[in-house]
Design a binder for this molecule. Structure first.
Ligand SMILES: Cc1ncc(COP(=O)(O)O)c(C=O)c1O
Length: 419
């Protein structure tokens, strides 16, 4: 018998944290590691917008230190409403918007608000943290394995067989861990299927809700276009809950301002849950974010500059990997589309490391890359994908651009040593 709850006892530890410990150990031993594991930004390379920083300082100087309203300050909800109208052509009034201390509490609140124990929750793998949120609500995990052919996003064909009796379809685009996005055609088919499913449900049943996590939507590169359910089918607004915030868009992971919007009755219940948890975003940060969003030019300039910096890094690594592939090395990559992530493949299973040890599974592949190429990246299996997957997430949020050529040279040298 455990002295803590069943829930606490069965929480799955983060695989990325485990890998992080191994990396720290190597760094402590004096090794230089090219650490591309972190889904965060190095503030010396990707600082938050100067105006946002100044506004935060000023807000504290103006003593913005009280409890905020449970759904967030009205100025910020108003600015979010303008921002999503301006950029996404979405019509949500401030009453349908909920502010919280980042995206995480809002995702948790959405799961808690919509799902009862034992209900079916559908999510693709690899994906970020849906397994943990489903565990929190004791939901039935319906994991849909995705493949490179669809850029690791789920297809309608793979989802539809699971729709019957399901409560929640958790989608994310641009996707963590891949940095890939739904094509318009892919998302249209899914949206149409959800509409059809909900037409067939009675008023006694819950609808099938879509949780649409688009926290990376401003970080698109090249020709990439971000699509989202209500933009394609306005009637989906009755059962779509969007998750967004400043963590990734404004390189502000530690500032803690996120927002959700959706049907006001759902948003209101989410507010109720979060106010008991107290997961508010601080007053000063909310005030500052509202003032920053008001300055459209500063926002657009910041986004353009951040995207240029991210795209330059992603493209440089992608080109390097493609070059190695063309030279016959057993690696591959998906062309960068969005966010700070690049999807890489290492087909090095069943080869031997320089000491003659067989590389027989993903953990050994990851260790080989760390030990011989000083390259730290996260296997998709850490995001719920098949344990045999050869695919990895590489994050450039903490990457000094001048280190990339050196990292690629080291990688090539390590691959040369495979037997
Ligand atoms: C897909 C996705 N959604 C939401 C979040 C949560 O962001 P935060 O709680 O930092 O705002 C993250 C963070 O990594 C993420 O990758």
């Amino acid at each position: 018998m455990s002295n803590v709850s069943q829930l606490a006892n069965t929480l799955i530890p983060s695989e990325i944290i485990k890998l992080g410990n191994e990396i720290s150990e190597r760094i402590k031993q004096g090794n230089k590691i090219y650490n591309f594991t972190i889904g965060d930004f190095d503030p010396s390379i990707f600082p938050i917008p100067t105006l946002l920083e100044q506004e935060i300082i000023q807000a504290y100087q103006h003593k913005k230190t009280n409890y905020p309203p449970a759904n967030g300050i009205s100025e910020l909800r108003q600015e979010v409403s303008h921002w999503i109208k301006r950029k996404l052509n979405l019509d949500y009034d401030p009453g349908s918007i909920l502010i919280s201390g980042g995206g995480r509490p809002l995702i948790y609140a959405a799961y808690r608000t919509l799902c009862d124990a034992g209900e079916k929750i559908i999510y693709p793998v690899p994906s970020w943290n849906n397994n943990h949120y489903t565990h929190f609500v004791d939901g039935k995990h319906i994991c849909i394995e995705t493949s490179v052919e669809n850029n690791f996003l789920p297809t309608a064909e793979s989802l539809i067989p699971h729709f019957k009796d399901a409560t929640l379809l958790a989608l994310c685009s641009p996707l963590n861990p891949t940095g890939t996005v739904f094509s318009k055609e892919q998302l249209i088919k899914i949206c149409e299927a959800v509409i059809e499913e909900n037409k067939n449900r009675t008023s006694q049943q819950k609808p099938l809700y879509i949780l649409y996590d688009q926290i990376y939507w401003t970080l698109t590169h090249g020709e990439t276009i971000h699509y989202h359910p209500v933009g394609l089918y306005p009637e989906l607004s009755a059962y779509t809950i969007y998750i967004d915030g400043i963590s990734k868009s404004f390189c502000a992971t530690g500032v803690r301002v996120g927002w959700a919007y959706g049907p006001s009755e759902v948003i209101d219940k989410m507010k109720g849950i979060l106010s008991h948890i107290g997961a508010w975003s601080p007053m000063a940060e909310q005030t500052a974010t509202a003032n920053f969003l008001k300055n459209e030019e500063a926002v657009d300039t910041f986004l353009a500059s951040t995207n240029n910096k991210l795209a330059a890094r992603l493209t440089l690594i992608y080109e390097g990997i493609k070059q190695l592939k063309s030279e016959g090395y057993p690696i591959d990559a998906i062309s960068p589309m969005a966010a700070m992530y690049l999807t890489l493949r290492f087909s090095i299973k069943n080869k031997k490391d320089p000491e003659g040890n067989l590389i027989s599974n993903t953990a050994e592949m990851t260790s080989f890359l760390l030990q011989y190429a000083s390259l730290a990246i996260v296997p998709f299996s850490a995001f719920g994908a098949n344990k045999e997957s050869e695919w990895y997430r590489l994050s450039v949020g903490t990457c000094p651009i001048d280190e990339i050529p050196i990292m690629l040279e080291k990688l090539k040298a390590a691959l040369d040593r495979l037997q």
